[in-house]
Design a binder for this molecule. Structure first.
Ligand code: GDP
Length: 426
């Protein structure tokens, strides 16, 4: 059975926690897109971890952690991350890296920084992890596949060819130091030796696992609103964040994805630039940021303060729809216990007309939020295990959201820990 765990918002919905939790029953956990540009925060018996590239299953002895072909593979980063968890007492995980994954090159990271510098105030707010240059090169067919590391002659020839082109940009457009071809080639040979023990035909492995009836989790990064096609283009990421892409980024048949758990945050947060209709500011935002997540809403990769807002039903319903959500995990609900009233954005007013449909970016820029205020529950709901034990106003908030989302809310997360979850029947 293949299950996808994906974000319905702008990312940081708490997918890491849900994956870690559902990972208890999974045999294989797969990362299928993105790279080390976003973080998952996981709290378990070993401590608190911020993972960026490894799937959230690395803490279990019984799971195989897979980096699929769709991922932007930063090889030294992968090694650093493996070491960082093993050094803290986690047993060495079983890891497979797709021979078709492409490699994050050192120059991708530099080009990402240089381009943000060049754009100045008009920058995308990139995490500067090289993601956009990486995927551009992949689709321009000048990326390096893991498999290519194992043919030195061809590799050498390709390094020379690609460097020629990159150096023209570095010299004339960015006025930055050029790439040394020999140095880059040597670096790639180091990468080859680092990754060699993990390289596999991941797609074949997963096809076999499906045949054997194994439980497979596809772990998405970021959220639907950061998808290059369906998100707030151009303030999006460079690989698809949708569950559908899981089939491609892992190399499995699309019809095998039977369950799509869409993770939805009980309020909104976003990092980087881009339209954000229900955004709040000032003291109101500071308070939510301070109380949010686990120890405040700050980026797991960059430490940047996240932009905050109230729950946006228009964006979240659209996010669930584009994900093809079969069920919703509603997270960080415990954070809202301090509010007398909880605002929910239920519509967008665009040029005097209220809509419930999520528009394209140009229209989105004009949208003003239409709120309803629901009564708060004014207590701490952490530690509650049963849905019936939640305060009435809290249940009313969940049920209101569920109706807006048009997808059953089957899990409610009321704390960052693995066991802080309330299950509800579909
Ligand atoms: P991801 O990228 O979707 O995995 O999300 P992040 O890990 O960046 O952000 C989620 C943050 O919220 C992390 O710090 C989690 O530990 C924390 N978190 C997850 N679920 C809950 C919850 O239900 N309540 C609280 N208070 N924190 C949570």
């Amino acid at each position: 059975m293949v299950k996808a765990i994906v974000g319905a918002n702008w990312g940081d919905e708490g997918k890491g926690k849900i994956t870690d939790m559902l990972g208890q029953e999974a045999d294989i956990i797969v990362r299928y897109q993105g790279g080390s540009n976003a973080g998952h925060t996981i709290i378990n018996e070993y401590g608190k971890f911020a993972l960026h590239l490894l799937p959230s299953g690395v803490f279990y002895k019984h799971t195989t952690s897979v980096i699929g072909n769709g991922v932007a593979l930063n090889i030294p980063y992968l090694f650093k991350e493996i070491k960082s968890i093993v050094d803290r007492g986690v047993p060495m995980p079983k890891i497979l890296v797709s021979d078709r994954a492409q490699i994050m090159m050192p120059y991708h990271i530099l080009f990402d920084q240089y381009e943000e510098e060049r754009l100045g105030g008009k920058s995308f707010g990139s995490t500067k992890s090289g993601i956009a240059p990486f995927y551009s090169d992949k689709y321009a067919k000048i990326g390096f596949q893991v498999s290519e590391l194992f043919d030195e002659e061809l590799l050498r020839e390709k390094v020379d060819r690609v460097c020629e082109m990159k150096n023209i940009l570095l010299e004339h457009m960015y006025h930055k130091p050029l790439i040394d071809k020999d140095e880059l080639f040597a670096t790639l040979l180091e990468y080859r030796d680092m990754v060699a023990p993990y390289v596999a035909d991941v797609s074949a492995f997963l096809h076999e696992a499906i045949k054997e009836g194994k439980n497979i989790l596809l772990e998405g990064q970021l959220g639907a609103l950061k998808d290059p096609d369906f998100g707030i283009y151009p303030m999006v990421t460079s690989s698809s964040t949708l569950a559908a892409y899981g089939a491609i980024g892992a190399g499995i048949p699309p019809y095998e994805i039977k369950d799509i758990v869409s993770v939805v945050k009980a309020y909104s947060s976003a990092v980087g630039a881009g339209e954000f209709v229900s955004e709040i500011f000032g003291e109101e935002a500071d308070e939510l940021r301070r109380r949010g997540g686990d120890g405040g809403e700050y980026g797991a990769t960059t430490g940047r303060p996240r932009r905050m807002g109230w729950f946006d039903a228009v964006a979240s319903r659209y996010g669930c729809k584009m994900q093809g959500a079969t069920e919703v995990a509603l997270t960080v609900l415990d954070v809202l216990g301090y509010l007398d009233e909880v605002p929910v954005c239920v519509g967008y007013e665009i040029d005097g007309v209220v809509t419930k449909d999520f528009p394209t970016t140009a229209k989105l820029a004009k949208a003003k939020p239409v709120y309803v205020n629901l009564p708060g529950w004014k207590c701490d709901i952490r530690g509650i295990k049963k849905y019936e034990d939640l305060p009435e106003n809290c249940r009313a908030y969940i049920e209101f959201i569920e109706k807006e989302l048009e997808v059953p809310v089957t899990m409610i997360s009321n704390g960052p820990g693995r066991d802080e979850i309330i299950y509800r029947n579909k």
